[in-house]
Design a protein around this ligand. Structure first.
Ligand code: DSN
Length: 394
């Protein structure tokens, strides 16, 4: 009997192929990543880590792990090569959120203070939102962006000196400019805090050399593997070697049970791909495309937050159009263009409405789009927005 599920999959595949995908955190993985994730590896339990599983000592919970051990070791080795690092890596986190939770708990205890970027300034849910585990478990304080939308390093330092956090976190979900990891590390050192980077959005750019690397500056680095890294959906944690045991035990048994070895296989395939010249050229094109599209919006009179972009995304501030981010997102959906509403600097609307949208170029660059294609999409979005204004739709 054919499962009904394959009908959903076929329809979703058709939607993905039909639409122009501009969600900055999405991408299209290779057939090899899909094959790995959809493999028999999903059948295998393998709690613990390769060395202890192989040794037969403490932590050998399941037999039959000989192939899985090699796979997980291989995955770790590949990711270290991607970032040319001797940091320890844990490839088991099921997601970016899980990676962040384990990274926090590796060096902090609940109640400890974390300084991170405000969610409505471009931070992430797991960076201290009160509705998330991070905001519930830890004593959060926040830095923000200045009026132009840039991270305010003077504010970061002032907050660090005033609040004396145990951990300072850099990284964002909606920030289009270079993050100065060296400056963050300096501040963390000054106040005796751990320095952690969540590079989920820009990890592909770091791998390709299009964004400065946090390695060498951060004590802990988390990432997802499915955004600009274009791999299977999941998370990774890198740490200085001396934190390896703490990180590993925070992942298992601290916050997770059995690792998803089919996903680890998909991550390994993505790591192989991320070391190729093709991948580096792809990321260079993502950045060029993003700049070209942002420039076209500026040329057409739109307000691009910070005036441009250095990476794979940018924010359009729609305040002057009188339209909400939500209304524009919904209308573009009807025109086959997929993106998400986003808060803008000095946001006055609710998170459900927002005054801006976030636009990313990673997915459509995978589909082969070049600068001219993104300029054409910018003009199409402009037409939709103008038609909405003409109808005076909020
Ligand atoms: N929710 C993701 C994003 O869209 O940026 C981050 O995890």
């Amino acid at each position: 009997m054919e499962s009904k599920v394959f009908d959903f999959i076929a329809r979703e595949r058709a939607r993905q192929e039909r639409n122009i995908e501009l969600i900055a955190s999405e991408n299209f993985v290779s057939e090899n990543v899909l094959r790995a994730v959809g493999s028999v590896l999903t059948n295998k339990y393998s709690e613990g880590y390769p060395v202890e599983r192989a040794s037969g000592n403490r932590g050998r919970y399941y037999g039959g792990c000989e192939v899985i051990n090699e796979l997980e070791e291989y995955c770790c080795q590949q990711w270290k090569q991607v970032f040319s690092t001797d940091y320890h890596v844990n490839v088991q986190p099921h997601s970016g959120s899980q990676a962040n939770m384990a990274a926090f708990l590796s060096v902090l205890t609940p109640g400890d203070r974390i300084l991170s970027m405000r969610l409505d300034n471009g931070g992430h849910l797991t960076h201290g939102s009160p509705v998330n585990f991070s905001g519930k478990l830890f004593d959060m304080c926040f830095y923000g962006i200045n009026d132009e939308g840039f991270i305010d390093m003077a504010d970061v330092r002032a907050k660090a000196l005033e609040q004396r956090p145990k951990l300072i976190l850099a990284g964002a979900s909606a920030y289009s400019r270079v993050i100065d990891f060296a400056a963050f590390a300096e501040i963390a050192k000054e106040v005796g805090a751990y320095f952690m980077v969540d590079m989920a959005h820009i990890a592909g750019l770091v791998a390709a050399g299009d964004h400065p690397s946090p390695f060498g500056y951060a004590d802990l680095i988390t990432t997802t593997t499915h955004k600009t890294l274009r791999g299977a959906r999941g998370g990774l944690i890198f740490c200085r070697p001396e934190l390896a045991r703490k990180v590993d035990s925070a992942v298992f048994p601290g916050t997770q049970g059995g690792p998803l070895q089919h996903v680890i296989a998909g991550k390994a395939v993505a790591a192989e791909e991320a070391q190729t010249e093709d991948f580096r050229n792809y990321i260079h094109q993502v950045v060029k495309n993003c700049r070209a599209m942002a420039e076209e919006f500026s040329r057409m009179g739109y307000k691009v937050v910070t005036g441009g972009t250095d990476n794979h995304l940018f924010l359009l501030d729609l305040t002057d159009t009188g339209l909400t981010g939500k209304a524009v997102q919904d209308e573009l959906d009807r025109h086959g263009i997929t993106l998400n509403k986003n808060a803008v600097p000095g946001e006055t609307r609710s998170p459900q409405q927002c005054s801006g949208v976030r636009i990313g170029t990673a997915a459509m660059t995978t589909r082969g789009y070049k600068e001219a294609d993104f300029i054409a999409v910018a003009r199409k979005i402009d037409q939709v927005i103008r038609a909405m204004q003409a109808e005076n739709r909020q």
